[in-house]
Design a protein around this ligand. Structure first.
Ligand SMILES: CC(C)(COP(=O)(O)OP(=O)(O)OC[C@H]1O[C@@H](n2cnc3c(N)ncnc32)[C@H](O)[C@@H]1OP(=O)(O)O)[C@@H](O)C(=O)NCCC(=O)NCCS
Length: 207
């Protein structure tokens, strides 16, 4: 989606984004150890990393630049430098045989609830529909209500549970799955979700 109505847009990760995306990962997943080696991930043929960035073509974008917003993470450490795209989130997925596995979605904590994760997931789904994948799976912590809400909005269903999946606190993972995404019905659903993302951009800063 490249649209001046959108406050955020997506593209694939570039090498020059790695500092920012690593900081976003650290912010969104403080318990993760070791951190993802994005440089290696860029070389892995089955891996795709999408990032969301502030859309400078949107007239309201300056209001969301880090200098004009309080950033709490590490005293405002963003990894962003003047002249770079300001990244706000990322999504990593792997192509595994006949299905897609979402590895992670993370958003800078001051930029959550702005439909950025929904935008990233929509972009991911549109990309994989073009490659004729029909199914997505992922694992999510049982206690992660925001993420479960996000996936449920997209039609993911709980299909199983992995006991003590997470090494930090031995929490169980829910296995969630979404299919068939190639159906006309699902393509219609994605278009409806895109409309809610646009309307969020349009409704911000109205007062
Ligand atoms: C989970 C996460 C990716 C959501 O990102 P986001 O950009 O805020 O999500 P969106 O704005 O697109 O919200 C989509 C839906 O998610 C759910 N959601 C998001 N934040 C929520 C919150 N704080 N409480 C409850 N539900 C929430 C809602 O169902 C929301 O739909 P709605 O807007 O119709 O209410 C973000 O909170 C994050 O980075 N968390 C830390 C990392 C993580 O847990 N990643 C997921 C596991 S891999």
């Amino acid at each position: 989606m490249t649209n001046t109505n959108l406050l955020f847009i997506c593209r694939e990760l570039k090498k020059s984004d790695i500092e920012q995306v690593s900081i976003i990962e650290e912010d969104a997943f403080p318990e993760l150890f070791p951190q993802t080696q994005f440089e290696k991930e860029l070389q892995r043929s089955q891996s795709t990393i999408l990032v969301s960035k502030l859309n400078e073509l949107n007239s309201k974008s300056s209001k969301l630049m880090p200098s004009s917003k309080n950033l709490y993470y590490k005293q405002g450490k963003t990894g962003w430098k003047k002249g770079d795209d300001f990244l706000t989130g990322f999504l990593t997925y792997w192509e595994l045989f006949d299905e897609i596995h979402i590895m992670a979605i993370g958003v800078r904590r001051e930029y959550t609830k702005l439909k950025i994760a929904s935008l990233l997931l929509t972009e991911c789904i549109n990309k994989i529909i073009k490659k004729s994948f029909n199914k997505i799976t992922l694992e999510v912590r049982k206690s992660n209500i925001p993420a479960i809400g996000l996936y449920t909005n997209f039609g993911f269903e709980i299909v199983g549970e992995r006991k003590k999946f997470y090494p930090d606190n031995h929490e169980n993972a829910l296995i969630m799955s979404l299919s068939p995404i190639l159906s006309e019905e699902y393509k219609y659903k994605i278009k409806e979700i895109q409309k809610t993302i646009e309307s969020k951009s349009n409704s911000l800063f109205l007062d």
